[in-house]
Design a protein around this ligand. Structure first.
Ligand SMILES: Cc1ncc(COP(=O)(O)O)c(C=O)c1O
Length: 428
């Protein structure tokens, strides 16, 4: 059925059927959660050999006793792991603690308080702003919100952020000092930036404020679901455009090994790394090198890590297939929403009809299925079209996901039909 062409009576009939189905489901008192992109227990189990791998041998190559203080930029073997993940030289990598989000937060603080590479600290500008491709990662936006850095939404298309708009804003406003990018299997849309997008981003350093930085959060660099999608090297592109200082790259093993006990990496030009180190050396005497050593012994080669990621994919792929099958079987013939079919990453991004996302999330919650709050994928939690919902299939067992998705599809139908009925009522 196409909702746009349905008569009032058809809609009313449909609403009645859907409502009674919904009420039956409510009786089941479900308690399901597809909110956050966490690895499942089964995925975490894949890395349990990390525990005990050191067998009392705490010495890294070169003789460093990893139990002791020091080594601000991390063990060389851990930096090599980060270099492989980001496809950059080891000398340009710092291996840090367990979270790339922490590194990003500190990098934003560095720009804000001290400025990168001798540039004006952002706090001295009248209205510093970040460009925020949307839908995007809520925790990026929270960092800006907390520091009072303005946010300008940039719509994503199937090549990445709308680059015409990005360039226009940067040309018009010299106080745009950053852009958040999740270039591979973007959170939540699953899109990988095209070569042209990467090239145009690398050129921004020629027109932007010299303190401008691209936050290249490559959180899903190795998280393919089967089919490999390649991402052009932003480092190579900035070398060609003489803009190497304009990019900071991030990655971590959070969704490779243990999400709460992995190793995070930042890669940048030497001028940027120096700025970061200046701040880090006040903050810490050194990272958790024992954990770094455990990771280097577990992932002896990049090929070991890639093989390990195939095991993750074997667990994740059926869950993504489950989500996509429900959406296809339940909604493909209807005008009730659009969604992406990601080749990797952790999310499926779904767009309801305009003005329906909050209602869908509320209906699902009342039926016992928790979804990420509508709006979370936009700066300040406000989706101007109230349409984007991020589905995170990784954590629940397949059977629970299957049930949660049936409820989700039902709620999309019910919210859409109710909205259309209301519109027709108002129109008389
Ligand atoms: C895009 C993106 N960046 C960063 C993170 C967090 O990474 P970490 O665990 O390394 O802090 C996530 C987690 O969901 C993410 O989706």
């Amino acid at each position: 059925m196409q909702i746009e062409s349905a008569s009032f009576d058809q809609l009313a009939e449909w609403e009645k059927e859907l409502s009674s189905h919904y009420e039956r489901i409510r009786q089941h008192e479900l308690n399901l959660d597809i909110t956050r992109g966490k690895p499942s227990t089964e995925q975490l189990n894949l890395s349990d050999k990390l525990d005990g791998i050191l067998c009392n041998d705490y010495r890294a190559a070169g003789g460093t006793d990893t139990r002791n203080y020091g080594g601000l930029i991390g063990l060389t073997s851990a930096r090599e792991l980060g270099a492989d993940m980001l496809q950059v030289p080891t000398e340009e990598v710092i291996a840090a603690g367990n979270s790339s989000l922490t590194l990003m937060y500190h990098a934003v603080l560095t720009g804000y308080l001290f400025g990168f590479a001798g540039n004006t600290p952002w706090r001295e500008l009248k209205a510093p702003k970040f460009l925020c491709p949307v839908p995007g990662y809520d925790r990026h936006f929270s960092i800006c919100a907390q520091l009072g850095i303005g946010m300008v939404s940039i719509p994503m298309n199937d090549q990445g952020p709308n680059m015409d708009l990005v360039e226009k804003y940067i040309r018009e406003d010299n106080e745009i000092i950053g852009i958040w990018c999740v270039p591979k299997y973007s959170n939540p849309s699953g899109i990988t930036y095209s070569d042209e997008t990467v090239e145009r981003l690398a050129q921004l350093g020629q027109i932007a404020n010299p303190g401008f930085r691209i936050f290249w959060d490559n959180a899903y660099a190795v998280h393919d679901l089967g089919h490999y999608v390649s991402l052009a090297s932003i480092r190579a592109a900035t070398l060609e455009n003489d803009t190497v200082d304009s990019v900071l790259q991030f990655a971590s093993t959070s969704k490779v090994s243990h999400a709460g006990a992995g190793v995070a990496f930042v890669s940048a030009s030497s001028a940027n790394l120096q700025s970061l180190q200046q701040q880090m050396q006040t903050m810490t005497i050194g990272p958790d090198k024992v954990n770094q050593l455990r990771h280097s012994r577990f992932f002896t080669e990049f090929t070991t890590l890639k093989e390990h990621m195939r095991k993750h994919a074997n667990i994740l792929k059926p869950k993504f297939d489950c989500v996509l099958e429900h959406l296809h079987n339940g909604l493909a013939e209807m005008d009730l929403g659009q969604w992406e079919k990601p080749q990797g990453g952790y999310f499926v991004s779904f767009n309801t009809r305009k003005g329906c996302a909050k209602a869908v999330v509320k209906l699902a919650a009342e039926a016992g299925v928790k979804l990420t709050p509508a709006g979370a994928t936009f700066p300040y939690g406000k989706d101007p079209e109230d349409s984007n919902i991020r589905i995170a299939p990784s954590f629940p067992p397949l059977e629970e996901l299957d049930t949660a998705m049936s409820v989700f599809v039902l709620c999309v139908k019910l919210a859409s039909v109710r909205q259309k009925l209301e519109q027709q009522r108002k129109a008389g």
